[in-house]
Design a protein around this ligand. Structure first.
Ligand SMILES: Nc1nc2c(c(=O)[nH]1)N[C@H]1C(S)=C(S)[C@@H](COP(=O)(O)OP(=O)(O)OC[C@H]3O[C@@H](n4cnc5c(=O)[nH]c(N)nc54)[C@H](O)[C@@H]3O)O[C@H]1N2
Ligand SMILES: Nc1nc2c(c(=O)[nH]1)N[C@H]1C(S)=C(S)[C@@H](COP(=O)(O)OP(=O)(O)OC[C@H]3O[C@@H](n4cnc5c(=O)[nH]c(N)nc54)[C@H](O)[C@@H]3O)O[C@H]1N2
Ligand code: SF4
Ligand SMILES: [Mo]
Length: 753
């Protein structure tokens, strides 16, 4: 309902007027802590174990937690500096309500009463489904589960979806189709013993830094590494074979490899016959996908394609890893299935040192996609349109089938419906769509059309600035619960400190709203995260993502439990599909034929350059958190245009020059970063910034038809050198902040020398 802040003073608000540079309390806080709390990093899906140092109800630092098996004490820079979010001067500590003059701090009661009135008004006037919920999977399992139940039974709207829709849904759809279950097939221990590791569309060293360690341990044993990416990422620089394909051509490559595996008879026929269906159809689809055909579409040399197929085909053991590079496409699902077909054809799954995984993104990217947080899903990865699944959940929830809404819209579709005026009200938590959805101007226009919008966050995100009510939520270390890591390991998040002021845990806020809406009978018993988890255990029982046998105590004792874990005395399942047993009713895995098709937007005379977007190691997602941490801002203060020297030369562009990048959606002016590690027909922009610096001003709302993921990884642009005075004001502001962080004058002890 608001407009974007424009003046520099207002911009400082967008970026946070402050950076946290020193530990809360100054450098003296290095003093002995009152306690150490064992928990996990709040950022990516690796979910590294960490111990937080707590003094006087403040997190003042960390110690490595070397016993935690996944990372054995190792952390990336974000994990090291995460503790600087607590006690940050920008922390929201009271509820905010929009007034004619901007936001005003209001007491909790006023914010709640207004929120509940508006929900009731909108739903009475326009129908239940006119109020939507958008959520996120930095939330624990408990909160994800609750968000699903809150939308379905608290608000009785079908329109609930989550930010995993921008992240892991292509893998989710592919995994369910092929295997009947959606989880990494293995714990990471199996990476270490593999002879060949195929990494595609994953910037492992920057986005899953601890996984690098597993891959290097394999290399130390002599394993070969193949990396597929239009950019030569830090991991690719250590690879045996790099395949820098054209953006959006992945399915052509996997089809080409399958063609060669068959031609050279590098197929595990025994496995294929005993444990899979559909191989003949998959082969039929690739019969014309010769190396020459593949080369034409991918831009890779025939010899490189043949070498890759041989390395993969002739290995005894192997592990295939992928992430958003292949999934963030309008063919995300096909790309995933193409990878799975390569794995199944060689039978290297469900055995020691053989496996397959998508590297999940957000902290709880795995658990958050299992327990009814998606528009088409019920807990335990059940299907909201399956009568048997609905019946079971109705029993657990004590509701009737009429009371349980059906399938709703996906995240981008919800935003489209808001834009079209069909959805009038929105509650969002843990989601910053103004930065993270494609086509920023469209999202901004949509948000401004909402009649009522309530946002739960601990910082005033760019999206929250468009809300009518902002409710202050709790930081990760201010609440407890569980998450599920990329490996499928369910782990414990422990509470270290109390939330400040009026801030409170998301689950408390959702339960309170539901109760005020008269839904006491469905939510009144949720008095702790453990109470929610215990209901989740029952609700997931018998589903593919079965958590019934997992308890808080068991997780603590075993340092995590892998699902499925159907009974209390079950040890958990680090490796799926052992003995070739898949989760489909016939016990077999399915080959799904994948037919090549081009991306939704291709280069042409007007927009002749491929654009791809992604991440850097020092920033996290929409940046709300990491853009406030001094050290991380110092390392990477603002976005840039990554461009090959040959393409730069054509346009007379040198390092640091201002470049205007234009797509069919909009344009940006960014400094050039001239690097040899990107295809000369492709440019890359990291997406962690808002406003005039947002990569998503350029990207399109093209979706994969099955997973509904946006095609962040492929669009087309034109570029032109321009003058530096056209850099957005934000850029100078961020450079100033980086300088401040570098010098850190304000926080240096008085006596430095
Ligand atoms: N530092 C950091 N770490 C993070 C995050 C973060 O924001 N910052 N976010 C977390 C989350 S939510 C996620 S989803 C993951 C994402 O982790 P990744 O998927 O590894 O990261 P991205 O940078 O999105 O994209 C990965 C790679 O895909 C490549 N790529 C682009 N187009 C194509 C293509 O057409 N084909 C192929 N094969 N590759 C292509 C890019 O060049 C890039 O190197 O990271 C998690 N970890
Ligand atoms: N161009 C481009 N766009 C992309 C991508 C890309 O590669 N390129 N990647 C996509 C991907 S993979 C992802 S995952 C999305 C991520 O997009 P978002 O989910 O929008 O990004 P986040 O930064 O995680 O936003 C979460 C917000 O919730 C807040 N938050 C964090 N934890 C909690 C919590 O526990 N409770 C509450 N109430 N709030 C919390 C944070 O402060 C932040 O404001 O972006 C997508 N957008
Ligand atoms: S790798 Fe991920 S979980 Fe581990 S410290 Fe870094 S951001 Fe945190
Ligand atoms: Mo993600």
């Amino acid at each position: 309902m608001s407009t974007t802040p424009k003046s520099l003073a207002e911009l400082r608000d967008v970026y946070g007027p402050h950076l946290n540079l020193a530990p809360p309390g100054g450098w003296d806080a290095d003093l002995e802590p009152d306690k150490l709390v064992k928990t996990h990093c709040c950022f990516c899906g690796q979910q590294c174990g960490i111990q937080l140092k707590v003094k006087d109800n403040r997190v003042v630092g960390f110690e490595p937690w070397t016993e935690f098996p996944f990372n054995e004490g190792k952390l990336c820079p974000k994990g090291v500096k995460r503790y600087l979010q607590g006690n940050h001067p920008d922390r929201l500590t009271s509820a905010l309500m929009r007034t004619e003059h901007g936001f005003a701090e209001v007491d909790w009661e006023a914010a709640m009463a207004h929120t509940v009135n508006e929900i009731e008004r909108i739903q009475t006037q326009y129908g239940k489904d006119a109020f939507a919920v958008l959520s996120g999977v930095s939330l624990t399992n408990e909160k994800s589960y609750l968000a699903g139940k809150f939308a379905r039974l608290g608000l009785q709207t079908k329109n609930l979806d989550y930010n995993g829709r921008l992240c892991m849904v292509s893998a989710g759809v592919g995994n369910k189709k092929a295997f009947g279950v959606d989880r990494a097939a293995n714990s990471w221990a199996d990476i270490v013993g593999a002879d060949v590791i195929w990494v595609t569309g994953a910037n492992v060293a920057e986005c899953a830094p601890i996984t690098t360690d597993y891959i290097w341990r394999a290399r130390d044993r002599g394993a070969k590494l193949i990396v597929v990416d239009p950019r030569i990422t830090p991991l690719a620089r250590t690879a045996d074979l790099v395949l820098p394909l054209k953006p959006g051509s992945d399915c052509a490559l996997t089809n080409g490899v399958l063609h060669l595996l068959h031609k050279w008879d590098l197929i595990d026929w025994e496995f294929v016959k005993a444990h899979t269906t559909g191989f003949e159809q998959a082969l039929e689809e690739v019969k014309d996908c010769t190396p020459e055909w593949t080369s034409g579409l991918t831009g890779l040399p025939v010899a490189a394609i043949e070498k890759a197929a041989r390395m993969w085909g002739e290995a005894e053991t192997s592990f295939l890893l992928h992430a958003r590079g292949i999934e963030h496409q309008s063919k995300g699902v096909e790309n995933v299935l193409g990878c799975i077909n390569m794995v199944l054809a060689t039978g290297r799954i469900g055995k020691p040192n053989c496996g397959y995984a998508t590297i999940t993104g957000q902290g709880n990217g795995q658990g958050g996609r299992e327990h009814g947080h998606k528009c088409d899903q019920l807990p335990g990865n059940r299907d909201i349109e399956n009568p048997e699944h609905r019946k079971y959940i109705c029993e657990v929830w004590n509701c009737t089938d009429e009371e349980l809404p059906g399938k709703g819209l996906t995240a981008q579709e919800i935003m489209n419906a808001i834009h079209a005026g069909e959805i009038k009200g929105l509650l969002s938590l843990c989601f910053n769509p103004l930065v993270s959805l494609p086509d920023t101007e469209f999202t901004r226009a949509a948000l401004d059309k909402l009649e009522f919008y309530v946002n739960l966050d601990f910082f005033l995100s760019e999206t929250a600035q468009h809300a009518d009510v902002v409710l202050p939520a709790a930081l990760h270390e201010e609440d407890e619960g569980t998450t599920t890591s990329a490996e499928g390991r369910v782990i414990r998040i422990n509470k270290a400190v109390e939330p400040p002021g009026d801030a409170r845990a998301d689950w408390k806020i959702l339960v309170e709203i539901a109760q005020r809406l008269g839904k006491e009978k469905w939510f009144g018993h949720f008095t702790s995260p453990e109470a929610i988890f215990n209901e989740l255990r029952v609700a997931s029982k018998g589903g593919t993502a079965d958590y019934f046998g997992i308890t808080y105590e068991k997780i603590e004792k075993n340092l995590g439990v892998f699902w499925p874990c159907p009974e209390l005395d079950h040890p958990g399942t680090p490796r799926l599909f052992e003995g070739g047993k898949f989760f489909h009713p016939d016990g077999k895995a399915k080959f799904i034929p994948t037919r090549w098709r081009p991306p939704m937007e291709v280069v042409d005379a007007e927009y002749p350059i491929w654009l791809t977007t992604g991440r850097v190691v020092f920033q996290y997602l929409s940046g709300t958190q990491t853009r406030r941490i001094g050290f991380l801002v110092e390392q990477c203060p603002h976005p840039y245009l990554e461009i090959h020297p040959r393409l730069a030369a054509v346009h007379g562009i040198e390092e640091g020059d201002a470049v205007e990048i234009t797509s069919r959606r909009g344009s940006l002016v960014l400094p050039a970063k001239v690097v040899k590690t990107i295809r000369p027909d492709t440019v890359f922009i990291p997406y962690h910034w808002p406003g005039e610096l947002s990569a998503n001003r350029l990207t399109a709302r093209h979706l994969d038809p099955l997973s509904k993921i946006p095609e962040y990884k492929v669009s087309s642009v034109r570029i032109a050198k321009t003058t530096k005075d056209r850099f957005p004001a934000e850029l100078a502001e961020l450079q100033r902040m980086a300088f401040e962080a570098r010098t850190d004058q304000a926080n240096l002890p008085e006596q430095v020398f």
